[in-house]
Each structure stands twice: as structure tokens, then as C-alpha cells.
Design a protein around this ligand. Structure first.
Ligand code: SF4
Ligand code: SF4
Ligand code: SF4
Length: 582
């Protein structure tokens, strides 16, 4: 590795020659503030918050984009640097609707943090504040351009990472704002709902459609049984909302907190329906392999990916597994099996899923997923952030709660269900079960080839005389490239796992937001994933079909995978959507 030597505030550092000043400063334990810069997403050097001075260089340099050089001497804390940053912040605040007290990002906002650090006068510049309409028409995301600082991080996330490009800069001057073509609502575009724009936003301009009040209302209604279930990744991220280190597994405290939200509340484990998805999906894969069905089979548990196929590759819909996602399966199980078993009218059951993304809020409203025509199977889908807000409002001291177990009968799951939350996890869990179906004596449980950070992981396995070829990717920009290769006959597989969010659900659009100092320098995706793989390693059962709850539900209710009842409740259909409209 070729390196260069430079000084940051007179501290000598040696760094790879590809580094920027921002990265080099970090090596000297000096933090340079950022706003428009976001690692792997946006590097346009536009907001000018990261400016620094350098010897023998004229003017101020944008540290996020300026490359290091041998002998460069950089100064990050001069009067000119501080004045420039403060003036930039005051200009941003001059048109910003400063309603911090009621803002969803209060105390967790990059702009607010810098405004405090730089002692800004929020009224330094008198201007006419533009007023933009709030777009809250979609069932999953709210855009409030009055809080937007035009950093373009959301635009870059949508375009550069996801390859979707349904948002961009509109108009000029004081009228400039981010929106969709012809100022349409996001709801009227081929947005896939992933929420990567939301987690990229440094302020409160983008957030999930809040649904906590509906849940509080249900909890206050004595006629309702409020049934929560939490997606596999939530246990690995929720703790961050309470100041715990990234990658802390808080499953026991999460369960204890949910149970304390109300007397009529139960907390179930969605890892169980991750197991259930695998049973159905692995059987579907084997069926397709044996009977010449459409291959490769694409996983269908990520609603962002499913909506992407429906909008952009409708001709590939037959490749999608017909299995519902774990969220949708749990909704169906609770409104059917659970109600029958407990003699409850499904109208009196209020189902709340806790999920890592905004796409699942959209999924919960899909008419194809209803078990009964009159109501949705999942009544409300809450992001991790919304659950954290509910726990805070309930006054619970999260860090000091005792660990508790999920409620029966959906309290046990396998390691295969746990790893659903990380990229590669669904495919690995499916391989564990599919290999067993093909070869009853198959022993391998760890399919490490499909784990890890590589953009595309491919692997081949010999099982009972079949050469099973698989691939994994995440992030829709990467997905598009892989689908094109498959369409063009340049790659052929039996099964392909795709998750819309880079890194999978642990990096979903509903997960706790991070400060820039974390997003830009810490491999938070690896830390969150590790929490899941560690739990898998120590799980009592690791292959989905070994779960006692799976055995119970097939014995008592579904009988066999892919047969009449399981097909009715656990499988679904898709719709070809227009590329330009919803
Ligand atoms: S939710 Fe995803 S597709 Fe929709 S605007 Fe945001 S990043 Fe783009
Ligand atoms: S909505 Fe957020 S991420 Fe997008 S441009 Fe505005 S401030 Fe930046
Ligand atoms: S990868 Fe996970 S978090 Fe992201 S859209 Fe898909 S299901 Fe949601």
C-alpha cells in the first residue's frame, strides 16, 4: 500500500495515498464536521462545513473531497475556518424552520449539534422563510422540505446506492428544494419504500410515517389484544437508541419493554416466521429444481426488493418466490391460527410488527396479503425508531430492565431465523433446510461463502447429485446489475437472495439513525451483523425445521409446506407496476 506523510494541526500522520484530508484527520484523532458528506453515499464537497486551511494553498479546502499529498500541512481549527463554518451554519438556519422542540430529530440532529458547537446566532441573517407543503401521502415516508438543508444525501442514496432516482433538486434560489419530478408526491412515483433516503438525512426533513398513536389507542382499548412481534434485526439495533454500543444484542430487554407497554400486550418472536418462511421457501426451491420450475428463484422476504421487481423488472416476477415475508406470514398466523386456538374474534386482535424499514409499512397495506377481505393482517408496522420512542414515552429505564423471554406459543426460533437480519442470512438458512430435503444426511450448517461484505457472493454446493448454484447481493444498484446479468444469460443460479438495503435489514431505513462521526468511520453494519451471527452460533437449534414451534404449527394447523392451507395463508402473488407511476 502506497502511503503519504502529512501534518494535521502539526501532528504527523502517514496514511494511504487515496485518503482525503477528512480521513487523514481521523487518524490524528481530529474530527472535522460534515453535513453533505456521507461515506459510500455522497461526496460532493458542497456544504462547506468541512473546510480547512492548508499551507501554500489559497482559500479554504473541502476536507471531505480534497485528497492528501506528501508534505501537506493542514489546519482544521483556525479563526478563518471557525468563522466560515459558523457563517455557513447561520445561512442554513436562515431558511430552516427551527421547530426543534417538536422535531422528530430533536437531540439527534447533525445541524442542531453543530449549531450548539459553533455557538451560532440563528437569526444572524434575516430572510423570508420559504414554505413548502409537507408530503405525507405515502403510507411509509413523510418529507418536510421546510427542514431540508439541501445536502443531497437522500438524492445520492436513492440514485447512487439504490439506482432508483425518484427524487432530485427542484427549482433555483430560495425555491430550491428536494422532491420528485413535476413536484409529485413520493406516493405517485416508482419509489420502492426502502427508506435509505431517510437514514441518510442529517436532519428532520425525512422520517417514517409515524404510527405510534394508533398503537397507543389500541393498547388503551380494553377490547383489544395487542400482539407485537419483532423482526430478527431489531434486537441488534434497538440498544443504540438508548446509548448502548453498536452491536449489543438487547433481545431480553426489548421483550421486557414491549410487555410493559400495556396489560393487553404480548411480545412474540418474528424469528419464528423467518423459520416458517424458510420451510416454505426451501420446499418451493426443491420443487422448482425437481420439476423444472422457473429458476433462479429470487427471495421475496424484502418488500423493497419485491416492489423494485414489480416496477422495474415485471417480466421477472415468475422468479420471485411466492412465499410471503416473515412479517406477512406472522400477520396471517395471528389473525388465523392464533385466533382459532384462543377462540378470539380476529377483529379484536391488533397486530403490531416492529420492523427495520419503511418498505414494510407499505407491505402491510398490500391487499394481496389479507387473510380476510375486511382488514389487514398487520395493523401497524413500527420502525425500530418508533418502538424506541414508545419505550421512552412509557418512562421505561431500558438499560436496567431485566431480560425476559418472548411469550408462548411463538417464543422459540432457530439460528437460521436469527440471521435473516443480515445480508446472506436468508439464503444460508434456506440452504440449511433445502440441503436436508435433498439429502436427509446432509450435515453442513455453516455456509460461510454467502456471508460477508463482498458486493456479490456466489457459491456452488454439491447436494445429493445436484450442483446447487447460489448468489447474494444487497442494495438495489447492485441488484440491478445482477438481474441484468441473469436476464442476459451471463449468470445462472438456482437461488438468489437480494435485500434492498446495503448489508440487509441491519441497515434498514427504519433503524436508529447514527451521527456522521459513526456513519463515516465505524463499520456499524459488521458490528450489527456480528450480533446476529453470534446468536446463531450459540442457538439451541440452527436449522429452521428443528424448531419446536415450527413442528407445532405444521402438526396443528398447516400440515404440509406448500399444500392447501399453507398456500392460502403463507403464499402470495405480485403485480406488474408501471415504471413511472405507483
Ligand atoms: S425510499 Fe428508497 S426508493 Fe424511495 S425515495 Fe427513498 S431511497 Fe429512493
Ligand atoms: S431531505 Fe435531508 S438528506 Fe435530503 S437534501 Fe434535505 S436535508 Fe439532505
Ligand atoms: S433489506 Fe430489510 S430493511 Fe431493507 S427494505 Fe428490505 S426488508 Fe426492509
Amino acid at each position: 500500500m502506497e502511503t503519504v506523510h502529512l501534518k494535521i494541526n502539526n501532528i504527523p500522520v502517514e496514511v494511504p495515498k487515496e485518503y482525503t484530508i477528512l480521513q487523514a484527520a481521523k487518524e490524528a484523532n481530529i474530527e472535522i464536521p460534515t453535513l453533505c458528506y456521507l461515506k459510500d453515499v455522497n461526496c460532493i464537497g458542497a456544504c462547506r462545513i468541512c473546510v480547512v486551511e492548508a499551507k501554500n494553498r489559497r482559500g479554504l479546502l473541502a476536507a471531505c473531497a480534497y485528497p492528501v499529498e506528501e508534505g501537506l500541512e493542514v489546519f482544521t481549527n483556525t479563526p478563518a475556518v471557525r468563522k466560515s463554518r459558523k457563517t455557513t451554519l447561520e445561512l442554513l438556519l436562515s431558511t430552516h424552520h427551527k421547530k426543534c422542540l417538536s422535531c422528530i430529530r430533536n437531540q439527534n440532529c447533525e445541524l442542531q449539534k453543530l449549531a450548539i458547537e459553533y455557538g451560532v446566532d440563528e437569526d444572524a441573517f434575516e430572510t423570508e422563510e420559504p414554505v413548502f407543503p409537507i408530503d405525507d401521502l405515502s403510507p411509509y415516508i413523510v418529507r418536510d422540505d421546510n427542514k431540508c438543508i439541501n445536502c443531497m444525501r437522500c438524492v445520492a442514496a436513492c440514485k447512487n446506492v439504490q439506482g432508483i432516482s425518484v427524487i432530485g433538486a427542484m427549482n433555483r434560489g430560495f425555491s430550491v428544494h428536494v422532491g420528485s419530478a413535476f413536484d409529485k408526491s413520493l406516493n405517485d412515483t416508482p419509489c420502492v419504500g426502502c427508506g435509505q433516503c431517510v437514514v441518510s438525512c442529517p436532519v428532520g426533513a425525512l422520517y417514517e410515517k409515524p404510527q405510534e398513536e394508533k398503537v397507543w389507542d389500541a393498547i388503551a382499548n380494553p377490547k383489544k389484544k395487542v400482539l407485537f412481534f419483532t423482526a430478527p434485526s431489531i434486537k441488534a439495533t434497538l440498544g443504540e437508541a438508548f446509548g448502548m454500543p453498536i452491536g449489543t444484542n438487547v433481545e431480553g430487554k426489548m421483550v421486557a419493554a414491549i410487555k410493559r407497554l400495556g396489560e393487553n400486550v404480548k411480545a412474540f418472536n418474528m424469528d419464528f416466521t423467518a423459520d416458517l418462511t424458510i420451510i416454505e421457501e426451501a420446499n418451493e426451491l426443491v420443487e422448482r429444481i425437481k420439476n423444472g420450475g422457473t429458476l433462479p428463484m429470487f427471495t421475496s422476504c424484502c418488500p423493497g426488493w419485491v416492489k423494485f421487481v414489480e416496477h422495474y423488472y415485471p417480466e421477472m416476477i415468475p422468479h420471485l418466490s411466492t412465499c410471503k415475508s416473515p412479517q406477512a406470514m406472522f400477520g396471517a398466523v395471528l389473525k388465523s391460527y392464533y385466533c382459532i386456538r384462543n377462540n378470539i374474534d380476529p377483529k379484536n386482535v391488533f397486530v403490531v410488527s416492529v420492523i427495520p424499514c419503511t418498505a414494510k409499512k407499505f407491505e402491510a397495506t398490500r391487499p394481496q396479503l389479507r387473510s380476510y377481505p375486511e382488514f389487514d393482517d398487520v395493523d401497524v408496522a413500527l420502525t425500530t425508531r418508533e418502538l424506541a420512542r414508545m419505550i421512552k414515552r412509557a418512562g421505561l429505564d431500558f438499560a436496567n430492565l431485566p431480560d425476559e423471554d418472548f411469550d408462548a406459543p411463538f417464543n422459540k426460533a432457530t439460528g437460521g431465523g436469527v440471521i435473516f437480519g443480515a445480508t446472506g442470512g436468508v439464503l444460508e438458512a434456506a440452504l440449511r433446510t433445502a440441503a436436508r430435503i435433498l439429502d436427509g444426511n446432509f450435515q453442513k450448517v455453516d455456509f460461510e461463502e454467502v456471508r460477508g461484505p463482498e458486493v456479490v457472493r456466489e457459491a456452488t454446493y454439491e447436494v445429493a447429485g445436484v450442483t446447487v448454484k447460489v448468489a447474494v447481493t444487497s442494495g438495489l444498484g447492485n441488484a440491478r446489475k445482477l438481474v441484468e446479468k441473469i436476464k442476459n444469460g451471463e449468470a445462472d443460479y438456482h437461488m438468489v437472495e437480494i435485500m434492498a438495503c446495503p448489508g440487509g435489514c441491519i441497515n434498514g431505513g427504519g433503524q436508529p439513525t447514527r451521527s456522521d462521526s459513526v456513519s463515516n468511520f465505524v463499520d456499524y453494519k459488521a458490528l450489527r451483523s456480528k450480533a446476529l451471527y453470534d446468536q446463531d452460533k450459540t442457538s439451541e437449534f440452527r436449522v429452521c425445521d428443528d424448531s419446536p414451534v415450527i413442528k407445532m404449527i405444521y402438526d396443528e394447523y398447516f400440515k404440509e409446506p406448500g399444500k392447501e392451507k399453507s398456500h392460502h395463508y403463507l403464499h402470495t402473488s405480485y403485480v406488474a407496476r408501471d415504471k413511472h407511476y405507483k
